[in-house]
Design a protein around this ligand. Structure first.
Ligand code: GSH
Length: 207
């Protein structure tokens, strides 16, 4: 057994955070024991400051490994625990998954938090990429699905009326694929409650 596996990973999370939800869904899929330090929406989990004085969430601590970036956390866990369906086996498809994950974080997600963050033309270009990837696959458990599903839930919960939510919804096949991803058991079981999400939505509206 690898030394890192002797202890359970420790995850610092917040009940509302879509990026923490990604990691929780993957851990659920892998059926891994974990030490979870989870705070209510908008607060910082106890003990986080020891590892991240600035309060980064999600944060994974596992032996010597300390990671504060959800995509890298998922890559690490997938490799450490041999998640065989993490990526498609073919290089081109695997690269397309990685490309989609990168552009969603760099361009689409900022629109979740600020309407004018990224121009519409750039969003459409990113959605073209996403559409090509989802057209070529089904929403089965893999890193792409765990990357996208928590975000799509938040787009629908927090910003149902926003231009970017509408732009995704107009692409019927893409929206159906994303809905399918949100219905996977590992995503559902680790999603926050409706009440918590409503509280965060109210907070976002007043900010
Ligand atoms: N790129 C990061 C984004 C994480 C992120 O933005 N987390 C939010 C909570 S949902 C946060 O910690 N914001 C407060 C901060 O950055 O200090 C990831 O994918 O892990």
């Amino acid at each position: 057994m690898h030394a890192q596996h002797a202890t359970a990973p420790r995850l610092f999370a917040d009940r509302g955070c879509p990026f923490a939800h990604r990691v929780l869904a993957l851990l659920e899929q892998l059926d891994l024991a974990l030490e979870l330090s989870e705070s209510p929406v908008g607060q910082k989990p106890e003990g986080l400051e020891k590892w991240s004085p600035s309060g980064r969430i999600p944060l994974l601590v596992h032996g010597d490994v300390v990671i504060g970036e959800s995509r890298v956390i998922m890559e690490y866990l997938a490799e450490a625990y041999a998640f065989e369906s993490a990526y498609p086996s073919a290089l081109v498809e695997r690269t397309m998954h990685r490309h989609a994950m990168a552009i969603v974080d760099d361009f689409v997600t900022p629109r979740l938090f600020r309407e004018d963050a990224i121009a519409d033309a750039r969003i459409e270009e990113c959605l073209d990429v996403l559409q090509r990837v989802t057209d070529a696959s089904r929403p089965v458990p893999c890193l792409l699905v765990f990357h996208l599903a928590p975000l799509w839930l938040r787009f629908k919960w927090w910003r149902p009326e926003s231009a970017v939510t509408a732009a995704i919804a107009r692409r019927k096949d893409l929206a159906t694929w994303l809905d399918g991803a949100t219905h996977l058991p590992a995503v559902q079981r680790t999603a926050p409650s409706r009440a918590e999400i409503e509280a965060l939505r109210a907070e976002l509206r007043s900010s």
